[in-house]
Design a protein around this ligand. Structure first.
Ligand code: FAD
Length: 338
Protein backbone atom coordinates (compact mmCIF):
# COMPACT_ATOMS: atom_id res chain seq x y z
CA UNK A 1 0.00 0.00 0.00
CA UNK A 2 1.61 3.26 -1.18
CA UNK A 3 1.16 6.52 0.70
CA UNK A 4 0.84 8.38 -2.60
CA UNK A 5 0.53 7.59 -6.28
CA UNK A 6 1.28 10.50 -8.60
CA UNK A 7 -0.12 10.42 -12.14
CA UNK A 8 2.09 12.36 -14.59
CA UNK A 9 5.80 13.24 -14.68
CA UNK A 10 5.56 16.83 -15.83
CA UNK A 11 6.85 19.70 -13.66
CA UNK A 12 3.99 19.17 -11.15
CA UNK A 13 4.52 15.40 -10.86
CA UNK A 14 8.32 15.67 -10.60
CA UNK A 15 8.03 18.37 -7.93
CA UNK A 16 5.55 16.16 -6.04
CA UNK A 17 7.92 13.17 -6.25
CA UNK A 18 10.82 15.24 -4.91
CA UNK A 19 8.74 16.56 -2.02
CA UNK A 20 7.31 13.10 -1.29
CA UNK A 21 10.81 11.63 -1.13
CA UNK A 22 11.95 14.44 1.20
CA UNK A 23 8.92 13.81 3.44
CA UNK A 24 9.71 10.07 3.59
CA UNK A 25 6.49 8.99 1.84
CA UNK A 26 6.16 5.71 0.03
CA UNK A 27 5.28 6.95 -3.48
CA UNK A 28 5.50 6.25 -7.19
CA UNK A 29 5.00 8.41 -10.29
CA UNK A 30 3.25 6.80 -13.25
CA UNK A 31 3.87 8.55 -16.59
CA UNK A 32 2.34 7.44 -19.88
CA UNK A 33 5.04 9.06 -22.00
CA UNK A 34 8.53 10.22 -21.12
CA UNK A 35 9.85 12.31 -18.22
CA UNK A 36 8.65 15.86 -19.00
CA UNK A 37 6.53 14.57 -21.87
CA UNK A 38 4.79 17.88 -22.57
CA UNK A 39 8.16 19.64 -22.80
CA UNK A 40 9.46 16.81 -24.99
CA UNK A 41 6.62 17.69 -27.38
CA UNK A 42 7.55 21.39 -27.60
CA UNK A 43 8.95 22.47 -30.97
CA UNK A 44 12.58 21.43 -31.45
CA UNK A 45 14.92 24.32 -30.57
CA UNK A 46 12.21 26.47 -28.96
CA UNK A 47 13.37 29.03 -26.39
CA UNK A 48 10.75 28.96 -23.62
CA UNK A 49 9.19 32.21 -22.44
CA UNK A 50 9.75 31.74 -18.69
CA UNK A 51 12.90 32.68 -16.83
CA UNK A 52 14.91 30.06 -14.93
CA UNK A 53 13.48 30.98 -11.50
CA UNK A 54 10.02 30.03 -12.85
CA UNK A 55 11.14 26.63 -14.16
CA UNK A 56 13.53 25.12 -11.62
CA UNK A 57 12.82 22.94 -8.57
CA UNK A 58 15.74 24.32 -6.59
CA UNK A 59 16.85 27.94 -6.92
CA UNK A 60 19.92 28.39 -9.10
CA UNK A 61 19.81 24.81 -10.45
CA UNK A 62 18.94 25.49 -14.09
CA UNK A 63 21.82 27.08 -15.99
CA UNK A 64 20.98 27.78 -19.64
CA UNK A 65 23.54 29.21 -22.06
CA UNK A 66 21.40 32.33 -22.60
CA UNK A 67 18.89 34.15 -20.39
CA UNK A 68 16.08 31.64 -21.03
CA UNK A 69 16.46 27.90 -21.63
CA UNK A 70 15.68 26.09 -24.85
CA UNK A 71 13.37 23.07 -24.94
CA UNK A 72 16.47 20.86 -24.92
CA UNK A 73 18.05 22.57 -21.89
CA UNK A 74 14.80 22.46 -19.92
CA UNK A 75 14.09 18.83 -20.78
CA UNK A 76 17.65 17.83 -19.90
CA UNK A 77 17.30 19.62 -16.53
CA UNK A 78 14.03 17.80 -15.71
CA UNK A 79 15.40 14.39 -16.74
CA UNK A 80 18.66 14.93 -14.81
CA UNK A 81 16.68 16.09 -11.77
CA UNK A 82 14.68 12.84 -11.72
CA UNK A 83 17.79 10.70 -12.23
CA UNK A 84 20.13 12.56 -9.86
CA UNK A 85 17.55 12.55 -7.06
CA UNK A 86 16.63 8.92 -7.76
CA UNK A 87 12.94 9.73 -7.95
CA UNK A 88 10.65 6.76 -8.40
CA UNK A 89 9.22 7.52 -11.86
CA UNK A 90 7.88 4.77 -14.13
CA UNK A 91 7.58 5.93 -17.72
CA UNK A 92 5.54 4.52 -20.60
CA UNK A 93 2.87 3.21 -18.23
CA UNK A 94 -0.65 4.62 -18.71
CA UNK A 95 -3.15 5.00 -15.89
CA UNK A 96 -6.47 3.70 -17.20
CA UNK A 97 -8.68 4.14 -14.14
CA UNK A 98 -8.80 4.80 -10.41
CA UNK A 99 -11.35 3.12 -8.14
CA UNK A 100 -12.07 3.03 -4.41
CA UNK A 101 -11.24 -0.09 -2.44
CA UNK A 102 -11.83 -0.94 1.21
CA UNK A 103 -9.24 -2.72 3.33
CA UNK A 104 -9.95 -4.23 6.74
CA UNK A 105 -7.70 -2.43 9.21
CA UNK A 106 -9.04 -4.47 12.12
CA UNK A 107 -12.18 -6.54 12.81
CA UNK A 108 -14.26 -3.39 13.09
CA UNK A 109 -12.33 -0.74 11.22
CA UNK A 110 -12.07 -0.37 7.45
CA UNK A 111 -9.64 1.82 5.52
CA UNK A 112 -10.52 3.44 2.20
CA UNK A 113 -7.80 3.44 -0.43
CA UNK A 114 -7.52 3.67 -4.21
CA UNK A 115 -6.73 1.01 -6.77
CA UNK A 116 -4.92 2.60 -9.71
CA UNK A 117 -5.23 0.41 -12.78
CA UNK A 118 -2.59 0.83 -15.50
CA UNK A 119 -1.88 -0.91 -18.79
CA UNK A 120 0.88 -2.82 -16.96
CA UNK A 121 -0.83 -3.88 -13.71
CA UNK A 122 -2.28 -2.10 -10.68
CA UNK A 123 -1.16 -0.22 -7.55
CA UNK A 124 -2.98 0.44 -4.28
CA UNK A 125 -2.44 3.83 -2.69
CA UNK A 126 -3.89 5.77 0.24
CA UNK A 127 -3.78 8.97 -1.79
CA UNK A 128 -3.66 9.82 -5.48
CA UNK A 129 -2.34 13.05 -6.97
CA UNK A 130 -3.52 13.83 -10.48
CA UNK A 131 -0.77 15.85 -12.20
CA UNK A 132 -2.02 14.96 -15.67
CA UNK A 133 -1.62 18.31 -17.45
CA UNK A 134 -4.04 19.55 -20.09
CA UNK A 135 -2.65 18.18 -23.34
CA UNK A 136 -4.84 15.09 -23.75
CA UNK A 137 -7.54 16.54 -26.00
CA UNK A 138 -6.24 18.98 -28.62
CA UNK A 139 -9.16 21.18 -29.68
CA UNK A 140 -10.60 20.56 -33.12
CA UNK A 141 -11.98 22.84 -35.81
CA UNK A 142 -14.62 20.21 -36.68
CA UNK A 143 -14.44 20.91 -40.40
CA UNK A 144 -14.33 18.51 -43.38
CA UNK A 145 -10.78 17.33 -44.15
CA UNK A 146 -9.46 17.77 -40.63
CA UNK A 147 -8.69 14.04 -40.51
CA UNK A 148 -6.31 14.22 -43.52
CA UNK A 149 -2.75 13.09 -42.59
CA UNK A 150 -1.34 16.53 -43.47
CA UNK A 151 -3.32 18.13 -40.59
CA UNK A 152 -1.42 18.24 -37.27
CA UNK A 153 -2.52 19.27 -33.79
CA UNK A 154 0.97 20.16 -32.65
CA UNK A 155 3.99 21.70 -34.29
CA UNK A 156 7.24 19.83 -33.98
CA UNK A 157 9.74 21.26 -36.45
CA UNK A 158 10.03 23.28 -39.61
CA UNK A 159 12.44 21.51 -41.97
CA UNK A 160 10.01 19.07 -43.66
CA UNK A 161 8.02 22.12 -44.80
CA UNK A 162 10.72 24.30 -46.40
CA UNK A 163 9.43 25.67 -49.76
CA UNK A 164 6.00 24.13 -49.04
CA UNK A 165 2.67 25.85 -48.40
CA UNK A 166 2.07 25.77 -44.63
CA UNK A 167 -0.97 27.10 -42.77
CA UNK A 168 -1.26 27.67 -39.05
CA UNK A 169 -4.73 28.13 -37.58
CA UNK A 170 -4.71 29.68 -34.11
CA UNK A 171 -4.27 32.85 -32.13
CA UNK A 172 -2.09 32.07 -29.11
CA UNK A 173 1.64 31.96 -28.54
CA UNK A 174 2.08 28.40 -29.83
CA UNK A 175 0.46 29.36 -33.15
CA UNK A 176 2.61 32.53 -33.33
CA UNK A 177 5.80 30.59 -32.61
CA UNK A 178 5.00 27.93 -35.21
CA UNK A 179 4.28 30.64 -37.83
CA UNK A 180 7.57 32.33 -37.00
CA UNK A 181 9.64 29.13 -37.17
CA UNK A 182 8.06 28.23 -40.53
CA UNK A 183 8.30 31.70 -42.08
CA UNK A 184 11.91 32.20 -40.96
CA UNK A 185 13.03 28.85 -42.35
CA UNK A 186 11.53 29.26 -45.80
CA UNK A 187 8.04 27.75 -45.80
CA UNK A 188 5.30 29.65 -47.69
CA UNK A 189 3.49 30.42 -44.45
CA UNK A 190 -0.03 31.68 -43.79
CA UNK A 191 -1.22 32.43 -40.26
CA UNK A 192 -5.04 32.21 -40.19
CA UNK A 193 -6.03 34.12 -37.08
CA UNK A 194 -8.98 36.08 -35.71
CA UNK A 195 -8.27 39.81 -35.91
CA UNK A 196 -9.11 40.13 -32.19
CA UNK A 197 -6.34 37.61 -31.37
CA UNK A 198 -3.78 39.35 -33.60
CA UNK A 199 -4.60 42.73 -32.07
CA UNK A 200 -4.70 41.40 -28.50
CA UNK A 201 -1.62 42.60 -26.62
CA UNK A 202 -2.76 41.64 -23.12
CA UNK A 203 -0.36 38.98 -21.78
CA UNK A 204 -2.97 37.90 -19.18
CA UNK A 205 -5.29 36.81 -21.99
CA UNK A 206 -2.81 34.39 -23.56
CA UNK A 207 -1.90 36.61 -26.51
CA UNK A 208 1.12 36.12 -28.79
CA UNK A 209 4.09 37.31 -26.68
CA UNK A 210 5.67 40.53 -27.89
CA UNK A 211 9.03 38.90 -28.64
CA UNK A 212 7.21 36.55 -31.04
CA UNK A 213 4.87 39.23 -32.42
CA UNK A 214 7.66 41.69 -33.32
CA UNK A 215 9.63 39.28 -35.52
CA UNK A 216 6.31 38.08 -37.03
CA UNK A 217 5.65 41.68 -38.05
CA UNK A 218 9.13 41.81 -39.64
CA UNK A 219 8.34 38.64 -41.61
CA UNK A 220 5.10 40.25 -42.80
CA UNK A 221 6.98 43.32 -44.01
CA UNK A 222 9.45 41.13 -45.89
CA UNK A 223 6.54 39.15 -47.44
CA UNK A 224 7.80 35.88 -45.93
CA UNK A 225 4.56 35.49 -43.97
CA UNK A 226 0.92 36.07 -44.90
CA UNK A 227 -1.74 36.94 -42.39
CA UNK A 228 -5.35 35.91 -43.02
CA UNK A 229 -7.99 37.44 -40.78
CA UNK A 230 -10.24 34.49 -40.27
CA UNK A 231 -14.01 34.24 -40.19
CA UNK A 232 -13.89 30.43 -40.26
CA UNK A 233 -12.21 27.47 -41.89
CA UNK A 234 -14.58 25.94 -44.43
CA UNK A 235 -12.73 22.83 -45.65
CA UNK A 236 -9.25 21.31 -45.77
CA UNK A 237 -8.55 19.48 -49.02
CA UNK A 238 -5.59 17.42 -50.30
CA UNK A 239 -3.84 20.38 -52.04
CA UNK A 240 -5.70 23.46 -50.72
CA UNK A 241 -7.65 25.01 -47.87
CA UNK A 242 -10.90 26.95 -48.23
CA UNK A 243 -11.34 29.77 -45.72
CA UNK A 244 -13.92 32.44 -45.05
CA UNK A 245 -12.49 35.86 -44.23
CA UNK A 246 -13.75 38.08 -41.42
CA UNK A 247 -15.86 39.94 -44.00
CA UNK A 248 -17.46 36.70 -45.27
CA UNK A 249 -15.43 36.35 -48.47
CA UNK A 250 -14.51 32.76 -49.53
CA UNK A 251 -10.83 32.21 -50.44
CA UNK A 252 -8.98 29.08 -51.59
CA UNK A 253 -5.27 28.89 -50.65
CA UNK A 254 -2.79 26.28 -51.98
CA UNK A 255 -1.65 24.09 -49.11
CA UNK A 256 0.65 21.18 -48.20
CA UNK A 257 0.35 21.13 -44.40
CA UNK A 258 -1.99 22.54 -41.73
CA UNK A 259 -1.24 23.06 -38.03
CA UNK A 260 -4.38 23.50 -35.92
CA UNK A 261 -3.03 25.11 -32.74
CA UNK A 262 -6.12 26.24 -30.89
CA UNK A 263 -5.42 24.83 -27.44
CA UNK A 264 -6.13 21.57 -25.69
CA UNK A 265 -8.12 20.28 -22.74
CA UNK A 266 -7.45 17.84 -19.95
CA UNK A 267 -9.21 14.51 -19.75
CA UNK A 268 -11.21 14.74 -16.52
CA UNK A 269 -12.98 11.38 -16.98
CA UNK A 270 -11.09 9.51 -14.24
CA UNK A 271 -11.64 12.33 -11.75
CA UNK A 272 -15.33 12.56 -12.58
CA UNK A 273 -15.72 8.78 -12.30
CA UNK A 274 -14.38 9.09 -8.73
CA UNK A 275 -17.03 11.73 -8.01
CA UNK A 276 -14.74 14.78 -8.11
CA UNK A 277 -16.80 17.93 -8.65
CA UNK A 278 -15.83 20.31 -11.46
CA UNK A 279 -16.65 23.87 -12.43
CA UNK A 280 -16.17 26.18 -15.40
CA UNK A 281 -12.81 27.94 -14.98
CA UNK A 282 -11.26 30.75 -17.01
CA UNK A 283 -9.87 28.34 -19.63
CA UNK A 284 -12.45 25.54 -19.46
CA UNK A 285 -13.69 22.88 -17.05
CA UNK A 286 -11.51 22.44 -13.94
CA UNK A 287 -11.77 20.20 -10.86
CA UNK A 288 -12.91 21.94 -7.68
CA UNK A 289 -10.26 21.73 -4.95
CA UNK A 290 -9.21 23.36 -1.73
CA UNK A 291 -6.56 25.96 -2.71
CA UNK A 292 -4.81 25.43 0.65
CA UNK A 293 -4.43 21.63 0.41
CA UNK A 294 -5.15 20.86 -3.29
CA UNK A 295 -7.51 18.09 -2.12
CA UNK A 296 -10.75 17.66 -4.06
CA UNK A 297 -14.16 16.93 -2.55
CA UNK A 298 -13.13 13.25 -2.59
CA UNK A 299 -10.88 12.56 0.40
CA UNK A 300 -7.40 11.42 -0.67
CA UNK A 301 -7.74 12.67 -4.27
CA UNK A 302 -5.47 15.63 -5.01
CA UNK A 303 -4.85 17.76 -8.12
CA UNK A 304 -1.97 20.00 -9.23
CA UNK A 305 -0.67 21.68 -12.35
CA UNK A 306 -1.87 22.75 -15.75
CA UNK A 307 -5.43 21.39 -15.67
CA UNK A 308 -6.29 23.21 -12.41
CA UNK A 309 -6.63 26.98 -12.18
CA UNK A 310 -2.89 27.28 -12.90
CA UNK A 311 -1.57 27.29 -16.44
CA UNK A 312 2.16 27.69 -16.06
CA UNK A 313 5.16 25.76 -14.82
CA UNK A 314 5.90 27.84 -11.72
CA UNK A 315 2.56 27.18 -9.98
CA UNK A 316 2.75 23.53 -11.14
CA UNK A 317 6.08 23.21 -9.29
CA UNK A 318 4.95 25.27 -6.29
CA UNK A 319 1.68 23.38 -5.58
CA UNK A 320 3.35 20.16 -4.32
CA UNK A 321 5.65 22.20 -2.05
CA UNK A 322 2.49 23.07 -0.08
CA UNK A 323 0.45 19.95 -0.74
CA UNK A 324 2.99 17.25 0.17
CA UNK A 325 4.07 18.52 3.63
CA UNK A 326 0.37 18.83 4.59
CA UNK A 327 -0.36 15.35 3.29
CA UNK A 328 2.67 13.96 5.16
CA UNK A 329 1.41 15.62 8.33
CA UNK A 330 -2.01 14.03 7.83
CA UNK A 331 -0.50 10.58 7.22
CA UNK A 332 1.78 10.87 10.24
CA UNK A 333 -1.20 11.92 12.36
CA UNK A 334 -3.10 8.81 11.24
CA UNK A 335 -0.05 6.60 11.99
CA UNK A 336 0.20 8.12 15.50
CA UNK A 337 -3.55 7.46 16.08
CA UNK A 338 -3.12 3.83 15.03
C1 FAD B 1 4.95 25.05 -26.84
C2 FAD B 1 4.72 25.33 -25.41
C3 FAD B 1 5.54 26.20 -24.73
C4 FAD B 1 5.33 26.49 -23.36
N1 FAD B 1 6.16 27.33 -22.73
C5 FAD B 1 5.98 27.57 -21.41
C6 FAD B 1 6.85 28.46 -20.68
O1 FAD B 1 7.79 29.04 -21.23
N2 FAD B 1 6.58 28.66 -19.37
C7 FAD B 1 5.53 28.07 -18.72
O2 FAD B 1 5.36 28.30 -17.52
N3 FAD B 1 4.70 27.24 -19.37
C8 FAD B 1 4.90 26.97 -20.69
N4 FAD B 1 4.05 26.11 -21.34
C9 FAD B 1 3.00 25.43 -20.55
C10 FAD B 1 3.67 24.28 -19.73
O3 FAD B 1 4.16 23.29 -20.60
C11 FAD B 1 2.69 23.69 -18.72
O4 FAD B 1 2.26 24.69 -17.85
C12 FAD B 1 3.38 22.59 -17.90
O5 FAD B 1 3.83 21.53 -18.71
C13 FAD B 1 2.42 22.11 -16.83
O6 FAD B 1 3.02 21.10 -16.06
P1 FAD B 1 2.15 19.90 -15.48
O7 FAD B 1 3.10 19.03 -14.75
O8 FAD B 1 0.96 20.44 -14.81
O9 FAD B 1 1.57 19.16 -16.77
P2 FAD B 1 2.37 18.40 -17.98
O10 FAD B 1 3.75 18.94 -18.13
O11 FAD B 1 1.46 18.46 -19.14
O12 FAD B 1 2.50 16.93 -17.41
C14 FAD B 1 1.41 16.05 -17.31
C15 FAD B 1 1.93 14.65 -17.55
O13 FAD B 1 0.91 13.70 -17.23
C16 FAD B 1 1.01 12.63 -18.14
N5 FAD B 1 -0.27 11.92 -18.14
C17 FAD B 1 -1.50 12.43 -18.50
N6 FAD B 1 -2.44 11.46 -18.38
C18 FAD B 1 -1.81 10.34 -17.93
C19 FAD B 1 -2.26 9.01 -17.65
N7 FAD B 1 -3.54 8.64 -17.80
N8 FAD B 1 -1.35 8.10 -17.21
C20 FAD B 1 -0.04 8.46 -17.05
N9 FAD B 1 0.44 9.70 -17.34
C21 FAD B 1 -0.44 10.62 -17.77
C22 FAD B 1 1.36 13.30 -19.46
O14 FAD B 1 1.95 12.41 -20.38
C23 FAD B 1 2.31 14.42 -19.00
O15 FAD B 1 3.68 14.04 -19.06
C24 FAD B 1 4.24 25.85 -22.69
C25 FAD B 1 3.40 24.97 -23.37
C26 FAD B 1 3.63 24.71 -24.72
C27 FAD B 1 2.73 23.74 -25.43
Amino acid sequence: MLDLLIIGAGPAGISAAYEAKKAGLDYVVIEKGLIGNTIYNYPVGLTVFSTTNELEFIEGDLKPAREKPTREELLSYYVRFVLDNELNVRTEVTVLGVGRVEFAKSDVCKEIAYRVVTDKGFFDAKNVLFAIGAMDHPRKLNVPGEDLPKVHDHFRETYPWVKKHAMIVGGGNSAGEAALFLAQEGAETTLAIFRSDWENNDPKQGCIKYWVKQPLEEELKEHCLKLFFLGKVIEIREREVELESESGERVVIPNDVVFVLIGSDADLTMLKDLGVATEQGKYGEVPIYDPETFETNISGIYVAGHFTNHRHIKPAIDAPKVLIPKLAEKLNGKKAEA
